[in-house]
Design a protein around this ligand. Structure first.
Ligand code: DI6
Ligand code: FE
Length: 418
């Protein structure tokens, strides 16, 4: 595969030798290349392949040569579903749930998402930034180079924009690619109680155009669920977003089969997320629409759900699977994408290879970035991670142990996070 690619021989900034590569491209398991080499030119990968096939002119042109000491290199990890910009904490709800209250009961009594909405509305921009930064840094420490961040804890004009501004500032503060998503239809704010359609009108007529005008997000998302919005309401919002040029995502079939998957497919959404209750028809339509199923084992685990997403059907019907943290204060207070690999295997039955593809190649797909990131191939962004492991399956095997040793983001070695 790689030998036939055009080879860039001039301006090679760095060469990595004495490494093994899990490229997540090609036919071999993990796209593995034992005894590999990888060359970087500017912010892109210039050459990827077996060391003994490295063209001498690339070796000669390399301004720096790094010895990887036999470590494994994977693409930079991609967390394609997070809500990590928020204020406050919901540990009290965790205690309530441990005593027997359900997530839905808490949500219906004014807690849940709305508790975080109250805290986020009260937080000024700096507070929101300061509280969110360590959550992002925690992901970065494990080799994450791209993070999707949703709004949806403001649900009013000012706070939604503030959340998205904080997402932008985080991208300026840390060496990471942030993909901001406007989750305008996450929950019904109290001032619209009993008037969900009016809220959707407000979002479509006022918030969406402003988010577009300020270029604060390029993707829109909705929560289609009996405790949130009906498929008709989600559709109105997503339709309006699409008309303004947003790409789409949808929280679908997390707690019940509400028809969200079919809606996501009909609108050509990049992904449908959660999907524990998705029907076979829903899977078929997502697969033929070219969407990705984003699996969120942290939320399944933390809510102690019992219904697993139908992974065998996803495989059989050819629906690609991504894996993400869903980092949020209510259903997945999670700062580790590697732990999600482990849970995707133990709880959902993914193979370690599927789990790794789920946080690289397929996660890139779920963000509409498959042409630029997610695999180690010439021409793609030079985002990659060096791991102190003997086999790529170890990334899903360890629990709470971080074998990440070095991260290169856009061709530059990333310093440890503050
Ligand atoms: N689904 C989720 O799992 C999160 N949002 C959503 O739409 C939960 C958000 C929360 O409980 O704060
Ligand atoms: Fe979510």
């Amino acid at each position: 595969m790689r030998r036939s690619e055009p080879q860039k021989t001039s301006g090679v900034d760095a060469l990595w030798i004495n490494v093994h590569l899990a490229t997540l491209a090609g036919d071999a398991p993990y796209g593995r290349i034992d005894d590999g080499a990888l060359a970087v030119a500017g912010d892109k990968l210039a050459w990827v392949g077996r060391a003994r096939r490295l063209p001498p002119q690339i070796r000669a042109a390399a301004r720096q040569v790094h010895d990887g000491h036999g470590r494994w290199i994977t693409p930079g990890l991609v967390d394609c579903h997070t809500h990590l910009v928020y204020a406050g904490c919901r540990a009290g709800e965790f205690e309530q749930r441990l005593k027997g209250l359900s997530y839905e009961q808490i949500a219906r009594s004014g807690g849940g998402i709305l508790a975080t909405v109250r805290a986020t509305r009260q937080a000024d921009e700096q507070t929101l930034f300061d509280q969110s930064l360590p959550r992002l840094a925690s992901l970065l420490a494990e080799g994450v180079t791209t993070v999707e961040i949703k709004s949806g804890y403001g649900l009013d004009f000012e706070t939604e924009l503030r959340q998205l501004r904080v997402a932008r500032r985080l991208a300026e503060a840390l060496p990471v690619r942030i993909c901001p998503t406007f989750l305008g239809a996450h929950a019904l704010p109290p001032e619209f109680n009993g008037r969900a359609d009016d809220y959707i009108d407000f979002v479509c007529e006022q918030l969406l155009p402003e988010v577009a005008r300020r270029k604060l997000a390029t993707t829109a998302d909705a929560f289609c669920e009996r405790i949130a919005f009906t498929p008709r309401q989600a559709e109105r919002f997503l339709h309006a977003a699409q008309a303004l040029g947003f790409s789409l995502k949808l929280h679908a079939e997390q707690l019940s089969d509400s028809g969200g998957a079919a809606l996501a497919a009909r609108l050509g959404a990049l992904s449908a997320d959660h999907l524990e209750y998705v029907s076979e028809d829903g899977i078929r339509s997502l697969a033929s629409a070219g969407s990705v199923a984003v699996l969120l084992p942290g939320a399944f685990y933390f809510l102690r759900e019992t219904r697993r997403p139908p992974v065998a059907d996803f495989r059989r019907l050819g629906l690609p699977m991504a894996v993400a943290t869903d980092s949020n204060p209510g259903s997945s207070p999670c700062g580790s994408l590697l732990l999600m690999l482990n849970m995707a295997c133990t709880l959902f039955g993914l193979t370690p290879e599927e789990a790794l593809a789920g946080v690289t190649r397929n996660a890139a797909h779920a963000l509409g970035l498959a042409q630029r990131i997610g695999t180690l191939e010439p021409g793609k962004q030079a985002d990659f991670v060096l791991w102190d492991i003997a086999d790529p399956s170890e990334l899903a095997y360890f629990m709470g142990y971080n074998p990440c040793r070095q991260v290169v983001f856009k061709g530059v070695l990333r310093p440890p996070c503050p």
